[in-house]
Design a protein around this ligand. Sequence first.
Ligand code: RTP
Ligand code: MG
Length: 158
Amino acid sequence: MEVENSVIVNFAEISKPNKMTGNKTFTMIKPNAVEKGFTGAILAKINEGGFRIVAMKKMKLTREQAEAFYEIHKERPFFAGLVDFMSSGPIIAAILEKNNAVEDYRKLIGATNPDEAERGTVRNLFGTNVQMNAVHGSDSDENAEIEGNFFFSKLERF
Ligand code: RTP
Ligand code: MG
């Protein structure tokens, strides 16, 4: 009896999402960049930037999943277009680890609009326009945790 209980307890434990502690961020390579074959080059920039990949997967978001992920922007004028775009083709989702991950990753990717992004940043190199800007990067530790948990269970993180 005791053995069976401990199995149940352990399963509950591994099903719980990881707690992120300020050294992690969440990113997506967006459909335009995946479609154009930029995945490898963007992962190289992530690697050169000193980030370690904790979890990664390729998937296509449903409309409902894209709406849920971008819920925070639902009142913004660009919301409908953003949801259409983000569910239009496969994305790569990943949790990245580095000291000061959120801020350093946003530096690596550059401004939201690729035209305004600093030279050599991911959005400057691989973005098409303000919507199709190649990558997502979490804007706070709190959102990094929420966004990572949206895509990955504890069993998918290393
Ligand atoms: P992200 O969340 O993707 O890392 O981008 P961000 O923080 O730099 O920008 P945010 O304000 O959070 O906007 C989320 C995404 O919505 C699209 N967007 N379109 N048409 C527009 O004016 C507009 N503004 C934003 C972009 O795909 C942006 O990354
Ligand atoms: Mg944002």
